[in-house]
Design a binder for this molecule. Structure first.
Ligand SMILES: [Zn+2]
Ligand SMILES: [Zn+2]
Ligand SMILES: [Zn+2]
Length: 274
């Protein structure tokens, strides 16, 4: 399994348009970027490519990185930064099966799959496949499982991607607070690589109107507000899940510049062979 991190930023990305903070300036100087969420996974046994989330930066990501156009996609949730690049497949691909969860979200009265089908009804290229969380399905030769996480108010999922030939395992937390349910933690456990939401360092919780929560034994918040983990939360999750390697993704420009480009924070274009 070959994994390429196409988009490792939060919804505004880094550098953020119109921002001259030290971190955005440092990103420009270093020539690094954190575009909106997307992960490209190649099954080296079958040669097929699976795209996890369709970033609004889809076009630029595929122009910049040496990766094949996808054979299939999986969508974790309906937020703009994870879904709204799907229209880019028009005239680029003949056909793209898109897997998403089938549970009805009380917030929208639709499942993620139904929202995608409704929004992209005009695109013949896209065929939506409804998937039941915790039930693995085969796509691009991978065994893929959507697992519920906690990203209020929308139903949102993390993901497990396993390659049956090699036993390689990739786990993604998806956008989530630290309150990942126990059954989902069990599914995400023992991955070769965990990609976990760590939007800001815990020190920034003081600046969130709702503060932080899910504090560890030293009082460090593992959740920023209600929707995302802190970097410390992502690291604690990796420990709890016994991940071999952690990359923190969904990273905002608000990390101080001396911390923003250090381990374990990911930047766009990183690749992994699992
Ligand atoms: Zn900035
Ligand atoms: Zn989100
Ligand atoms: Zn997001």
């Amino acid at each position: 399994m070959r994994v390429t991190l196409l988009g490792t930023g939060d919804t505004a990305g880094t550098p953020r348009p119109g921002c001259d903070c030290d971190t955005c300036l440092a990103a420009r100087e270093r020539g690094v970027e954190r575009t909106r969420s997307s992960v490209h996974v190649v099954n080296e046994s079958t040669g097929e490519a699976l795209l996890i989330d369709t970033s609004p930066d889809f076009r630029q990501q595929f122009l910049t990185r040496d990766v094949a156009l996808p054979d299939a996609a999986v969508i974790t949730h309906i937020h703009f930064d994870h879904l709204d690049g799907l229209g880019n497949v028009y005239r680029l691909l003949d056909h793209l099966p898109v897997s998403a969860a089938d549970e009805t979200d009380p917030q929208t009265d639709e499942s993620v799959a139904e929202t995608i089908a409704r929004k992209y009804d005009y695109l013949d290229t896209v065929s939506v496949q409804s998937r039941t969380p915790h039930e693995s399905f085969r796509v691009c030769g991978f065994d893929v499982t959507l697992v519920p996480v906690d990203h209020p108010p929308l139903l949102t999922y993390g993901l497990v991607v396993e390659e049956p030939e090699t036993g390689a395992k990739l786990a993604l937390s998806g956008d989530t607070s630290y309150q990942v349910p126990a059954a989902s933690r069990d599914a995400l456990r023992d991955a070769d690589l965990l990609l976990a939401d760590g939007i800001v360092p815990a020190s920034l919780c003081d600046y969130h109107p709702l503060g932080g929560r899910d504090e560890d034994s030293s009082g460090v918040p593992r959740t920023f507000g209600t929707k995302h983990m802190t970097k410390e939360g992502a690291m604690a999750l990796a420990d709890d899940l016994n991940a071999d390697e952690l990359r923190v993704v969904h990273v905002a420009h608000r990390y101080p510049p001396e911390e923003a480009f250090e381990e374990p924070l990911a930047v766009d274009g990183e690749t992994f062979s699992l």
